[in-house]
Design a protein around this ligand. Structure first.
Ligand SMILES: NC(=O)c1ccc[n+]([C@@H]2O[C@H](COP(=O)([O-])OP(=O)(O)OC[C@H]3O[C@@H](n4cnc5c(N)ncnc54)[C@H](O)[C@@H]3O)[C@@H](O)[C@H]2O)c1
Length: 393
């Protein structure tokens, strides 16, 4: 029988549900030497967390995250709470010798993020940040094309993450609208497309031309708990939105490749529009999350007369497909749930040190670098679009 890995998860709402689905599935999708046990889930409200534990499949529940960390029978802490709570929980978990899987963005402040990276470096456990798009078979395949030089010298990356969850001015003033510049659309969704860009094309070293904007300056206060991007009952009282609804900026990768990014949570009609194009002198690849089971690939084959982009449908020939899909056949699709399962699998592989494991998850250091890029974007916006270097270490 495989060895048990006892998981305690903090936060059970939007992301907590996705992580729970992955923990429930990972040992049923793959043969792994570690068996994840969904031991305890934590939230702030007793009756809500009890209901969540029953629904999501956790054996126990608690309202105190410190009690999760104090337990000797917890090996891994999975953090699915708002960004500004990550550091305190992660630092305590690492100090107690637990493995830590933390949702993005890494932290609510640069100081907290740096403390987490320092703790990661000291700790003899596995740490990861939830940049799940790295586990998309299509995105990983595009990365392979770029890294194998199959597009030729790369010439342009254009990335965007357009969502519409903030279009309704009656949407409640949840934690997503609080914090300074950079903590809005940039941290919530921009972080994903920045990480995806770096996953495909390598590190970003500078940004420029940033413009941040907020279309809806005040929002009604929520009357109860808000889950994810949901609407919900609101008060007649309003509060200030403290961060950006949208951002655009240019960037340069270490390779010299130039890029443009645009991010918005007020892009009408775009429920979850992460997409990017990467061009080279001899090819192009394009991905759009609204069509997650495919990507476009173009190169000079076979001849000018019939040249054109090909729709490549993901299947078992791609990274992050084999073993993770109930029907291992081309064209069965690929979605969000599978990416979270692969994230858990990679985490378990990393703990065991499986020979030839999946490429590892993003580290806290990767999470800090993404935050440094977002901070550079904010500084560029505050100085009329000036170029701002991003620390490379
Ligand atoms: N990887 C992704 O695709 C993705 C998608 C959405 C959100 N996220 C990230 O996941 C994290 C959570 O976002 P969400 O949308 O699930 O938020 P949410 O508001 O839906 O849920 C937050 C959860 O945290 C709990 N919580 C808050 N403070 C707590 C505390 N002090 N102690 C215990 N529990 C506490 C709440 O009870 C709730 O269960 C954020 O960092 C967010 O950026 C990642």
């Amino acid at each position: 029988m495989s060895q048990q890995l006892r998981v305690g998860m903090v936060g059970y709402a939007f992301m907590g549900a996705a992580h729970s689905q992955a923990w429930r599935t990972v040992n049923h999708a793959f043969d792994l030497p570690l068996s994840a046990q969904m031991t305890v889930v934590c939230g702030r409200n007793e009756s809500s967390v009890a209901a969540a534990a029953a629904k999501l499949g956790w054996s126990e529940h608690t309202t105190d995250w410190r009690s999760v960390i104090d337990r000797d029978d917890i090996d891994l802490v999975d953090i699915c709470t708002p960004g500004d709570t990550h550091a305190e929980i992660a630092l305590a978990a690492l100090a107690a010798g637990k493995h830590v899987l933390c949702e993005k963005p890494l932290a609510g402040s640069m100081a907290d993020a740096r403390a987490m990276v320092a703790a990661e470096e000291r700790a003899d456990v596995v740490t990861a940040v939830g940049y799940t798009f790295r586990r998309s078979p299509a995105i990983a395949a595009i990365r392979d094309h770029v890294q194998a030089g199959e597009l030729g010298e790369t010439t342009l990356f254009n990335g965007r993450y357009w969502c519409d969850y903030a279009c309704d001015p009656r949407g409640p003033l949840s934690w997503r609208y609080k914090g300074g510049p950079g903590s809005g659309a940039l941290a919530d969704i921009g972080a994903h497309v920045i990480d995806a860009g770096q996953f495909v094309c390598g590190p970003i070293v500078s940004v420029s031309g940033a413009v941040l904007s907020t279309q809806i300056a005040k929002r009604p206060l929520p009357l109860g708990a808000v889950v994810g991007h949901d609407a919900g009952p609101v008060s007649d009282e309003v509060g200030e939105v403290e961060n950006e609804d949208a951002a655009v900026f240019s960037a340069r990768f270490a390779s010299g490749l130039s890029a443009s990014f645009s991010v918005s949570r007020t892009a009408f009609g775009m429920p979850n529009g992460l997409a990017f194009d990467v061009f080279g002198l001899g090819g192009r690849a394009s991905f759009d999350w609204h069509r997650p089971a495919e990507y476009l690939f173009d190169d000079p084959q076979p001849e000018a007369r019939t040249r054109g982009a090909r729709q490549v449908i993901v299947g078992p020939q791609m990274p992050y497909f084999a073993g993770g899909y109930p029907m291992a056949a081309p064209g069965v699709g690929s979605g969000n749930a599978e990416m979270f399962v692969y994230q858990c699998r990679a985490f378990l592989d990393q703990i065991v040190g499986t020979p030839d494991p999946l490429p590892p998850n993003a580290t806290f250091a990767d999470g800090l670098h993404t935050m440094e890029i977002i901070q550079a974007v904010v500084r560029s916006a505050q100085s009329d679009g000036a170029a701002v270097a991003v620390p490379t270490s």
